[in-house]
Design a protein around this ligand. Structure first.
Ligand SMILES: *[C@@H]1O[C@H](CO)[C@@H](O)[C@H](O)[C@H]1NC(C)=O
Ligand SMILES: *[C@@H]1O[C@H](CO)[C@@H](O)[C@H](O)[C@H]1NC(C)=O
Ligand SMILES: *[C@@H]1O[C@H](CO)[C@@H](O)[C@H](O)[C@H]1NC(C)=O
Ligand SMILES: *[C@@H]1O[C@H](CO)[C@@H](O)[C@H](O)[C@H]1NC(C)=O
Ligand SMILES: *[C@@H]1O[C@H](CO)[C@@H](O)[C@H](O)[C@H]1NC(C)=O
Ligand SMILES: *[C@@H]1O[C@H](CO)[C@@H](O)[C@H](O)[C@H]1NC(C)=O
Ligand SMILES: *[C@@H]1O[C@H](CO)[C@@H](O)[C@H](O)[C@H]1NC(C)=O
Ligand SMILES: *[C@@H]1O[C@H](CO)[C@@H](O)[C@H](O)[C@H]1NC(C)=O
Ligand SMILES: *[C@@H]1O[C@H](CO)[C@@H](O)[C@H](O)[C@H]1NC(C)=O
Ligand SMILES: *[C@@H]1O[C@H](CO)[C@@H](O)[C@H](O)[C@H]1NC(C)=O
Length: 397
């Protein structure tokens, strides 16, 4: 396993300079959980959050690694802050026992609670934002028992346009979170603005959205994947490019094949795995996808290196990357509308011209959960339209 100082050295950063701004223990691997927005939008309340939290436990998703239950926008009193304390007020109709009451119940299930705010005057739905009130809000979140903050980018007073201006705005909350007693995961939702992947880590961010919002469609999955390709090498333990919430199982938006591709790409690119579907009422097909332990293990591999794109041939693309224990993962992606046969040599997969092209290496299909036997020098697979094959290779050539 690569230590945090080693990773920082690889990133060309002085360890001492950065150690103070991140709490690496919260982000050793990409975060996993659920967020309310995709399924409930503004219609969130304690009942919904507890129903979801209970379902995450009873369905086995907690055991599969999903630990954060994140409340998105619309949880507070829209009219404004408390005029005396200047604190944001949880909506008493939606959260009758306060956010701290909900947090206590979520924690009792062995899960963590996330909340949402905005690096601007108001959230995207028009509720109070935290700009100018960072320390007050960080203190509220800490007192309430919050474990995770998703921090959006709406109504930001135009304080963007270059990395200095954007990072200064996001650093205010990063500093405030470092100044409270509770460790709180800091998830920047800045839509890739001003190349956040270059400065997200330095403002205390543990993940940062690298694109605009995902929508529940295959085209959106393909578009975000393309945007991630050139910056995929930036993700590393301590900080991750966030490709946005999963749309797997959201409103029958894609075929099962497309959902599996979406999940595979997010897993192999080390994106946070934040579910968005109604986990209280899932089909067994959907549950099988999001709870596949071998695919999740690729995402949570301690080495924390994203797959990189090795080539594009027509509608097909090869991605691969290292795993711990000397293993490797290869992702064969077919964006075309008909089945394709894809072949990759060891030099393709291991991205080296000096490989032992005769070497025999055991290969496992992670979706079929089946050993395919040993391959020698290359792999050829048939890949469905809009599908993937996700293979683990136990060794290096
Ligand atoms: C909570 O929200 C759900 C989903 O929007 C809604 O059906 C339910 O009536 C709400 N419950 C309360 C107590 O507000
Ligand atoms: C704070 O005061 C303003 C002006 O009087 C009022 O409009 C607002 O509703 C008050 N906020 C709350 C949360 O009561
Ligand atoms: C939540 O905070 C309120 C106000 O400080 C307090 O009265 C209540 O006991 C707290 N609830 C829990 C479960 O801690
Ligand atoms: C960034 O933008 C701000 C405000 O527009 C400007 O004052 C500053 O000079 C810019 N910085 C850089 C490095 O371009
Ligand atoms: C840290 O928090 C304390 C209150 O707990 C506050 O007085 C202080 O100004 C904060 N420091 C910064 C740098 O915001
Ligand atoms: C990522 O790769 C690009 C070239 O594609 C390179 O310029 C950059 O330094 C790399 N970044 C890291 C963190 O390795
Ligand atoms: C559960 O989902 C099915 C469709 O998959 C739907 O027909 C049914 O109404 C849902 N049940 C509830 C309680 O939402
Ligand atoms: C493959 O390796 C070469 C150097 O051998 C490097 O320049 C290139 O960036 C690598 N490509 C990928 C996708 O890793
Ligand atoms: C690496 O191998 C060791 C020994 O077989 C095993 O205990 C460990 O779980 C493996 N780690 C991963 C991430 O597969
Ligand atoms: C697949 O079919 C869709 C719908 O007909 C079309 O829009 C798209 O361009 C096709 N994709 C490819 C890669 O041919």
């Amino acid at each position: 396993m690569v230590s945090v100082p080693q990773v920082l050295t690889i990133l060309g950063l002085a360890a001492t300079q950065v150690m103070a701004t991140i709490d690496p223990s919260l982000a050793k691997t990409p975060q996993m959980g659920w967020n309310s927005w995709n399924n409930y939008a503004c219609n969130v309340n304690e009942t919904v959050i507890l129903d979801v939290a209970n379902a995450i436990v009873s369905s086995g998703l907690k055991d599969a690694g999903y630990h954060y239950v994140n409340i998105d926008d619309c949880w507070s009193v829209k009219a404004g802050r408390d005029n005396t304390t200047h604190r944001i007020i949880p909506d008493p109709a939606k959260f009758p026992e306060g956010i701290n009451g909900t947090a206590a119940k979520v924690h009792a299930l062995g899960l963590k609670l996330g909340i949402y705010s905005d690096a601007g005057t108001n959230t995207c739905a028009g509720y109070p934002g935290s700009y100018g009130y960072e320390q007050i809000d960080a203190e509220s979140f800490s007192e309430w028992g919050i474990d995770y903050l998703k921090y959006d980018n709406c109504n930001n007073l135009g304080l963007q346009g270059n990395a200095t201006v954007s990072s200064t705005r996001y650093k205010r909350m990063g500093d405030a979170l470092k100044n409270v007693s509770r460790p709180i995961f800091y998830s920047l939702c800045s839509w890739g603005t001003d190349d956040v992947w270059d400065w997200g880590r330095s403002v205390g961010g543990q993940s940062w959205r690298m694109s605009g919002d995902i929508s529940a469609s295959w085209d959106s999955v393909v578009s975000i994947t393309g945007q991630e390709v050139p910056i995929a090498n930036i993700s590393a333990p301590g900080g991750w490019n966030d490709m946005d919430m999963l749309e797997v199982g959201v409103k029958n938006s894609m075929t099962n094949t497309e959902y599996m591709s979406h999940f595979s790409i997010w897993a192999a690119m080390k994106a946070p795995l934040i579910l968005g579907n109604d986990v209280t009422n899932m089909t067994s097909d959907i549950k099988k996808i999001i709870a596949n332990k071998e695919v999740i293990a690729i995402n949570q591999d301690p080495l924390g290196a994203s797959v990189l794109q090795r080539w594009i041939k027509g509608n097909t693309q090869l991605f691969s990357g290292p795993l711990s224990n000397n293993s490797y993962v290869a992702l064969f992606l077919n964006l075309g509308n008909s089945t394709a046969t894809m072949s990759a040599t060891w030099s393709d997969i291991y991205n080296s011209t000096t490989v032992n092209s005769k070497k025999s290496i055991p290969v496992r299909d992670l979706w079929e959960q089946k050993d395919l036997g040993n391959s020698k020098g290359k792999i050829s697979v048939s890949v469905e339209a809009h599908g993937v094959r996700l293979l683990k290779l136990s060794g290096r050539a």
